[in-house]
Write a protein that binds this ligand. Structure first.
Ligand SMILES: *Cc1c(COP(=O)(O)O)cnc(C)c1O
Length: 364
C-alpha cells in the first residue's frame, strides 16, 4: 500500500482520509503562505480565525445545522461532556438515561454526581447486544433531558429510530457515528462527539447545542471552562483551543463536502458495512455479536467459538497488514471499526483474508 500504511481498523484514534493527511503534510511547514505551521500560530491571528470560521461554516453546511444551534469546539474529549452536560442542563435536577453500552453507562454514572438520574431503559441483560424499545418509556415528568449514546463504539449497536422523549430534550453522544450519515439536527437539544473516532485528531469534542439551552445562571461550583456559555460567547476561544485538531477537522469537513456530503458518505458506509456483515452472516467460523436490526455501520464486533481462536485470528490479521482488530475486553473477539475514512478496498481485503483463514482453519 501507498506509504507502507496498514489497513487500520482502530476504534479511536482512528484512520483519517489519506488525501487530508497529504494536504496537512504539504502545508505543514508553511500554512498557505503564513510562513508558519498551524501548530505554531497564535489562535488570535487572522489566519487561524479563518481556519476556525471555515471549519464551523463547513460543518454547518454538511449537517445543515439550523441557525438557532451553536457549534462549540471544546477540549476534554467526550468524557468531559459526561459531567458538563448535567452541570449545565439540570434545572430540576432530574434526567433520564438510556444505557445501551459502556459509553452510555459511563455517562449515566457520572451524571449521578449532579442530580437524580433515572435509568429508563437498558440492554445490559444481554451484554448490550441490542437497543431496547424506546417508543413508550417511563419518561420522568420533571426530566431536564433524555440521554442516549446513539452508536455504542464498543458493543457495536446503533439506534434505528430515536427514542420518544415525550417532549423532553434529547441529548445524543454521536462520537463514533459523527458525520457518517445525514442527521436531522432539530430532533435534538444537544449532539456531541469526540472527534478522534470519525473526524480528526484526539483531544477535542464538538458540541452542537440549541441556543436556548445555554444558560448563564449556573451553580457556582461549575468551573468557568465547563459552562457552555463560556464557549458560546467566545467563539470557542475563551482560552487557547485545540488549534491543531480544529484545523485537521476543518480539512476533513472540506474533504466530505468535496466527495458529495453526508448522503454520499452514508451510501459508502452502508456498502462497506454490508460487505462485512454479509460475510459474517454466511460464515461458519465467525459471527456478529449484535442483533441484526441494531448493527452499527461503524463498529463491527464479531467472535469465533473460542477465545483462543479469537486471539489466533487477531494475530494472523496483524501479520497480514490489518491492524487494531482486537475486540474490547467487555465483548471479546474482534472488532472492525470501519469509519468514514476506511476505504471499501480495506473492507474487501479484510473479508477476503477472513474467508481464506476460515477455509484453511475451520474444522467445524
Ligand atoms: C470514545 C468515546 C467516548 C470518549 O471519548 P474521549 O474523547 O476519549 O473522552 C465517549 N463516547 C463514545 C461513544 C465514544 O466512542
Amino acid at each position: 500500500m501507498k506509504y507502507d500504511r496498514v489497513y487500520n481498523f482502530s476504534a479511536g484514534p482512528s484512520i483519517l482520509p489519506e488525501e487530508v493527511l497529504e494536504s496537512v503534510r504539504d502545508n505543514l511547514l508553511n500554512y498557505k503562505g503564513s510562513g508558519m505551521c498551524v501548530m505554531e500560530m497564535s489562535h488570535r491571528s487572522k489566519v487561524f480565525q479563518q481556519i476556525i470560521d471555515e471549519a464551523e461554516a463547513d460543518l454547518r453546511e454538511l449537517m445543515n445545522i439550523p441557525d438557532n444551534y451553536k457549534v462549540m469546539f471544546i477540549q476534554g474529549g467526550a468524557t468531559l461532556q459526561f459531567a458538563m452536560l448535567p452541570m449545565n442542563l439540570m434545572k430540576n435536577g432530574v434526567a433520564d438515561y438510556i444505557v445501551t453500552g459502556n459509553w452510555s453507562k459511563k455517562a449515566y454514572k457520572e451524571a449521578q454526581k449532579y442530580g437524580k438520574i433515572n435509568l429508563v431503559a437498558t440492554s445490559e441483560d444481554r451484554n448490550f447486544a441490542y437497543i431496547p424499545d424506546c417508543s413508550d418509556l417511563p419518561i420522568s415528568e420533571d426530566a431536564d433531558y433524555v440521554y442516549i449514546c446513539e452508536n455504542e463504539t464498543i458493543h457495536g449497536t446503533t439506534y434505528q429510530q430515536l427514542p420518544n422523549t415525550k417532549g423532553k430534550i434529547l441529548v445524543s453522544d454521536q462520537s463514533s457515528m459523527f458525520l457518517s450519515k445525514p442527521c436531522n439536527v432539530s430532533d435534538y437539544g444537544v449532539i456531541y462527539g469526540g472527534v478522534q473516532k470519525n473526524i480528526g485528531p484526539a483531544g477535542m469534542v464538538i458540541v452542537i447545542m440549541r441556543e436556548d439551552l445555554i444558560r448563564e445562571d449556573l451553580p457556582t461550583y461549575v468551573p468557568t471552562y465547563m459552562s457552555y456559555a463560556t464557549h458560546a460567547n467566545n467563539g470557542s476561544m475563551y482560552n487557547t483551543p485545540n488549534c491543531w485538531s480544529i484545523y485537521v477537522c476543518g480539512e476533513v469537513f472540506k474533504y466530505l463536502k468535496k466527495i458529495g456530503g453526508l448522503e454520499v458518505m452514508a451510501k459508502m458506509n452502508e456498502e462497506k458495512a454490508k460487505i462485512l456483515y454479509d460475510f459474517l452472516d454466511n460464515s461458519k467460523m465467525f459471527r456478529g455479536t449484535v442483533d441484526k436490526e441494531f448493527r452499527s455501520l461503524m463498529n463491527v464486533p464479531f467472535v469465533t467459538a473460542s477465545k483462543e481462536t479469537d486471539a489466533e485470528v487477531v494475530a494472523a490479521t496483524k501479520a497480514a497488514g490489518f491492524d487494531n482488530l482486537k475486540g474490547h475486553k467487555s465483548v471479546g473477539g474482534l472488532r472492525a471499526s470501519i469509519y468514514n475514512a476506511m476505504p471499501k478496498e480495506g473492507v474487501i481485503a479484510l473479508v477476503d483474508f477472513l474467508k481464506k483463514y476460515e477455509a484453511e482453519n475451520y474444522k467445524g
